[in-house]
Ligand binder design. Structure first.
Ligand code: SF4
Length: 451
């Protein structure tokens, strides 16, 4: 059988390594794929920006990228042409060896020796990157490019932006030549196995498991996990309340109560001075305030303009609203506390006040994580999105146009590119979403009998 008649990309190879069934579904049953989510799309586009910026490490290169996703043969031909003409820096150099297609982000020739650089939008080198690079090395060396070295170029999480981006400091280059050479036999064997799966067209039998999420979330989980999720829903368990622990938890709360929630964006490439790659930048908060047991609920909120660094104005307004006393109730304190500490680090003028505020933070999620209050319909999750519909079904995220933090973050990042009309609408949606997060905490506490 002629296995080589198909062309396989690097992604196809990685699908196969994760799960042969994933490769099969990808090739023959694409209609079963999960609907693509917007946050995932945003990760892809931020990866593209990182790749373009990294080209600045080797300026003056020639791009061999294909004109569209179906014309890789043109890219392979252009790469060969550029090599023949003596090009010294090629971006998106593309090779095809024995039906396996691979592009490398930057290929450099120095003193007649070749060096390959693969750019990743992460802040460390991860195991899947080494596998990626091993396949690239296999294809390139078998195509006649004797590589002197191969590197992963990743973001340096210690880089702090001050003025224009300094590309040399933003990126770190790490050689993985030795590890990649050790993997060559493994790669060769796996390519043969992969070709068989596609040639025989028989769906491999694979049970669902941890591999469905690692190293990357599989995009066929909706199909494969359907029956498993239905079985779990059928099993019967009971609600459970530990009054003693709950009372102890509530006895530590002090009025005024501030129900607090932050939203953040974390761009791969730092947009503002005094920020780092992937740093979480708070751009919005909502506060519901209950001054005493009988008082009316108040609400305060902040939302950045979508253009400038929102952090200093946000922290100033937040500290003014929080004052000096009362419990600050959050859901999952690790997130809010980490963000507040980062604000203290980046704006040291507010450090003392921020650290005083941190003393007052109380995490309501603990009630659910430590099972002081348990309900089977939480499905072992402590997320507010799971707890709210069970305890307060009349209050729902499903009526909102933004329903989770990932979408809020994406919408805020895109605000500056929208028309004024859309901006007004989206700002209203963002405010509604964050407001519901803090109102949800108020109502959940009411429901579990805190009055
Ligand atoms: S969901 Fe799991 S079992 Fe199904 S194809 Fe993906 S990785 Fe394989």
């Amino acid at each position: 059988m002629n296995y080589a008649k198909h062309i396989f990309s690097k992604s196809t190879f990685l699908y196969f390594l994760q799960c042969p069934k994933r490769l099969f579904l990808h090739k023959f049953k694409g209609e079963l794929r999960n609907p693509e989510d917007e946050a995932q799309q945003s990760i892809f586009s931020s990866g593209t920006n990182v790749g373009l910026l990294a080209q600045g490490l080797f300026p003056g290169g020639i791009n061999a990228e294909p004109p569209d996703a179906f014309s890789y043969h043109l890219s392979v031909a252009k790469t060969q042409q550029l090599i023949k003409e003596g090009a010294e820096v090629i971006y998106e150099a593309c090779f095809n060896y024995d039906g396996v297609l691979c592009a490398i982000d930057i290929l450099v020739k120095e003193k007649n020796l070749w060096y390959a650089f693969e750019v990743k939008g992460t802040t460390t080198v991860k195991q899947p990157h080494k596998i990626d690079a091993s396949l690239q090395y296999f294809v390139l060396t078998n195509s006649g490019i004797q590589l002197e070295d191969i590197f992963i170029v990743h973001l340096n999480n210690q880089y702090v932006r001050r003025g224009e981006i300094n590309v040399q400091e933003l990126f770190t280059k790490q050689s993985i030549h030795e590890q990649v050479k050790e993997q060559q036999e493994f790669i060769e064997t796996k390519i043969v196995e992969l070709k068989k799966v596609v040639a025989y067209k028989i769906e491999p039998i694979v049970e669902v498991g941890k591999h469905c999420e690692k190293p990357y979330p599989c995009d066929f989980t909706g199909f494969c996990w359907k029956n498993v999720n239905e079985e779990e829903t059928k099993s019967e368990r009971e609600e459970y309340i530990n009054k003693e622990y709950l009372n102890e938890f509530f006895s530590e709360l002090q009025y005024p109560l501030f129900y607090f929630d932050l939203e953040t964006v974390n761009p791969a490439i730092p947009e503002f001075n005094f920020s780092r790659p992937y740093q979480q930048i708070p751009f919005q908060y909502s506060l519901h305030i209950q001054r005493n047991k009988d008082s009316e609920l108040e609400q305060k909120e902040f939302l950045g303009d979508g253009l400038t660094d929102p952090r200093e104005v946000l922290v100033k307004e937040l500290l003014a609203s929080l004052g000096n006393e009362g419990s600050i109730i959050v859901w999952n304190q690790t997130f809010e506390i980490s963000r507040l500490k980062e604000l203290a680090r980046d704006f040291p003028i507010y450090e003392k006040q921020i650290y005083d505020v941190l003393e007052r933070v109380v995490d309501i999620m603990i009630v659910f994580r430590k099972k002081m209050f348990y309900h089977p319909d939480f499905n072992e999750s402590y997320s507010i999105k799971k707890v709210l519909p069970v305890l307060v079904p009349e209050l729902s995220y499903s009526d909102l146009s933004i329903q989770d933090g990932g979408s809020a973050s994406l919408i805020y990042s895109e605000l500056k590119n929208q028309t004024e009309e859309i901006q007004i609408e989206q700002r209203k949606n963002l405010l509604e979403y964050c407001k519901l997060d803090t109102l949800a905490m108020v109502k959940i506490l009411e429901k579990i009998n805190f009055t």
